[in-house]
Design a binder for this molecule. Structure first.
Ligand code: ZN
Length: 451
């Protein structure tokens, strides 16, 4: 019997990565993520799955971002009893990310928010479900083959975030490769993605399938911060706690050593979650490059203060003059950064730098798209701060990097683009077809293909 793959999420959208493989009577999932975005998108999280979780034999997780693991506790709550396979560093990231998601949901429920407010997750699970999920995790190092659900798997370094892998699965006679999220070449913290090699079917992310990143990211970041210093006010950087905060610290540290204008600039990380992720880098030194220039636990950054408690966070309300405040969430759809935006958005001397992809429907996206007025905590705020969008430190490969990686395939696989807005997925398919001669398809949600 021919094995089948069904795209359950991250097809036609950027989030909700979830792909079901049926191999005879064995079924497994590749990733198990949450949909994130506006209310319509997030409501998909509450819809029932097309299969009973108890009938799954395994879940394979590419990396620890919420849109790839955030549905796992719901799957376990609804009866999944198999193992969850991931790399050791991904297990660490996943625990932090899932606990944060459960805390947010419990917090919103306690405040009666659970079915409203765009950009917020409905109540799907709590911390006990996360603990039960982590008990099902089995870690597998990169490049070590293992068997589950009648298939043979292997993780390869994707260079995307700490622990991130792309997944090779031998299902029947078919070699399926799932990119998860693909990282960059020449990243300051992570290795380049491993070459792709042999594949019959390739399921590939396309987040930046229609775009190219800033070629001189460090230079552009320096110019942007120089202009922000001249405005005289604080610099707020909404940043993802996982990876983006750490790569920003590395780049700020490099600037502090290179340019005297930044040498004394105070830097604050206001995110307990980012601080936990910082510690993970210490626990998994084999999963990242060595950190240059000063103390590794501060990622080479000077004048750094970490704000853990809410009292420490509130101290930042009194900052006057230039200082960098890094806080999550990166898309401003929750987290402490909302307090900083609430306080600084109407200040014309302030600079807000959105340092990563902003999903449609999030507060970050509407500010980046030029909203003159936004609502935070029920207050209408006029946007007078200087708004910057800077994706130079993106953890995602851009179109040229995706093509570079895809060019390392050796067997002309059938190509399916997932994990991108429709225009980005279509643009990547077009480029892959033209440059590499592969047959390409933009995957749609609910579509089933034969392997
Ligand atoms: Zn990711």
């Amino acid at each position: 019997m021919v094995a089948k793959l069904t795209f359950l999420g991250a097809a036609g959208t950027v989030t909700g990565s979830k792909h079901l493989v049926e191999n005879g009577d064995q079924r497994f999932l590749l990733d198990c993520g949450l949909f994130q975005g506006d209310r319509d998108v997030e409501e998909r999280n509450a819809l029932p799955l097309s299969f009973a979780p108890a009938t799954l034999a395994a879940v394979i997780v590419s990396h620890g971002h919420l849109d790839h693991v955030g549905y796992l506790p719901k799957l376990v709550r609804d009866g999944y009893r198999g193992r969850i396979y991931c790399t050791p560093a991904t297990a660490g990231v996943m625990q932090i990310v899932l606990e944060d998601a459960a805390n947010l949901q419990e917090h919103l429920r306690a405040r009666g928010f659970h079915h409203e407010a765009a950009g917020r997750t409905t109540m799907l699970y709590d911390r006990r479900d996360v603990a039960a999920t982590m008990e099902r995790v089995e870690t597998i190092p990169l490049e070590s083959p293992w068997k589950a659900a009648g298939a043979t798997f292997r993780f390869h370094d994707a260079g995307h975030i700490l622990g991130a892998a792309f997944v090779e699965a031998l299902v029947g006679g078919t070699r399926l490769v799932f990119s998860g999220d693909l990282g960059r070449y020449g990243n300051t913290l992570l290795s380049d993605p491993e070459p792709l090699g042999e594949a019959d079917v390739l399921v590939c992310e396309s987040t930046y399938g229609d775009r190219l990143h800033e070629p001189d990211a460090e230079g552009a970041f320096e110019r942007l911060l120089t202009a922000a210093l001249a405005r005289g006010g604080p610099i707020v950087l909404p940043a993802f706690a996982v990876e983006r905060t750490q790569s920003l610290l590395v780049s700020i540290g490099m600037l502090q050593r290179k340019n005297s204008a930044f040498a004394a600039l105070p830097v604050h990380v206001d995110s307990p979650m980012a601080i936990r992720v910082n510690e993970l880098f210490g626990r998994f030194p084999e999963a990242h490059k060595a950190i240059a220039g000063g103390s590794p636990e501060h990622f080479g950054c000077r004048n750094l203060r970490l704000h853990v408690t809410s009292a420490e966070s509130k101290e930042l309300n009194h900052i006057v003059g230039p200082a960098i405040v890094i806080a999550s969430s990166g898309m401003a759809n929750g987290g402490r950064v909302l307090y900083h935006l609430h306080r600084r958005l109407s200040d014309p001397t302030a600079t807000i730098v959105f340092a990563g992809y902003q999903v449609e429907g999030t507060l970050g996206r509407s500010i980046v798209d030029g909203a003159r007025q936004v609502r935070i905590f029920g207050d209408r705020l006029a946007v007078h701060a200087h708004i910057e969008y800077f994706d130079g430190f993106s953890a995602h490969a851009d179109q040229s990097e995706l093509l570079r990686w895809l060019g390392t395939q050796t067997t002309k696989p059938r190509f399916y683009a997932v994990h991108g807005e429709p225009r980005a997925a279509a643009a990547l398919c077009e480029a892959v077809h033209q440059r590499l001669g592969l047959n390409t398809v933009v995957a749609t949600r609910g579509q089933t293909i034969e392997l």
